[in-house]
Design a protein around this ligand. Sequence first.
Ligand code: TRP
Length: 460
Amino acid sequence: MQGREQFATRFGFIFAAVGSAVGLGNIWRFPYMLGENGGFAFLIAYFICIALIGLPVLLAEFSVGRRGQSDAIHSFENIKAKSFGKIGGFLGVLSGTLILSFYGVIAGWVFYYLFSYLTGAAGNVESGEFEGFFGDFIASSFGPVVWQFLFMVVVIGVVYFGIKKGIEIANRTFMPMLAVLVIILAVFGLTMDGAGEALSFMFSPDFNALGDINVWGAAVGQAFFTLSLGMGAMITYASYLPKESRLPSAAGTVVVFDTFFAVFAGLMIFPIVFSFGMEPGAGPGLLFMTLPEAFGQWGLGGTIFGIFFFLFVGIAALSSAISLLEVGVSWAMRRFNAGRKPTTLIAGAIITVFGFLSALSQGAVPALTEMKIFAFLNTDGDTITFLDTLDLFTAQYTLALGGFVTALFVGWGWNKVEALRETGLQDTTLGNLWIWFLRIVAPAGILYILITNLISMLTQ
Ligand code: TRP
């Protein structure tokens, strides 16, 4: 049997894990969640969830992957033949497929915007018209499918070339570009008139909203999504690691960079929002309607900013989508005993075609736009689009459930001494703290959120 693929360098793995974590979750989802959930309060809740649930579960996924040396399902079985752990793996392959199908659609919109800024089409949109520009585009039956398709072709192309030649090289190129772009954009944002208001929105202490359970629900969901947790992406990446590397410092690095990108995304977006007197709580349309309105009022500067901005978002989305595809590919390669290339093409094609349903669910096909089934997942309407169905279903349920199973598996299922040895933490205070976080704190937090989501769903 051929040996398992490996990252060429330790940094290759870190770049890939950071690349997976930093994505639409940081730049599109985080700012609008922050805007909708009161700014500072959400930031605090989010930091707490990252520290108490995100970091321990991330380290747990790294440990399972490196020890298991296989895909998201089989890694659990390799550690313990008969265990509930692999349920987490099944959920993972399922959620990865569902998430990528709609993630590619939103990333397609991003690339359409980049293209429109480059051609000048977006720069020519009249003030107040971006809602129509965006609405017409996503409701058409051609554009969204084509852009999603193009995006997926690139994602499939990278995964096709494997770990060293595809994933590692792509991430080593993208991550430094991202860091430079976000710093330039944030410095730019901070020189604008609205910077003061933006800073006080994000950082001025207001602890009242912390009593709102919905803020916590949103924060846990965001923590899972942004760290790529709960669906085996980090298990899969860690399975390509050689034995030597230190997992706790890798986990710490991912969390620090991911948080850095989210906070900087806020620092570049909110000054613009406030400078032009826009609404911070605009929701998912913040990136596609609110910001472009602001860019538009700014003339040529706005067009240039728009180009850099959507380039930045597009690259971030690409490196995350790569990790989502790799989960399914890695599983299917083992399951069907097939080579990487055919597996990538087939898995990629299935997910892309399934994604057409999401691409067409924004007005093009009424049956997909106004779905009644699963409408209960939505808190503010009696119908829901196919895309939102997948987003809410995965973010609120399957990811959390996957993380729950992984935490319990490492905390209770796996032999404690071995789990600790895998991380290199041994029987230290830190090591024991980690185990107890996985045993009690993380599962309790996740369960609480799952139950309150369920209750609010059933009682509306
Ligand atoms: N973390 C990515 C983002 O913030 C999205 C992502 C990639 C993801 N892989 C994942 C989310 C696995 C959940 C699970 O955009």
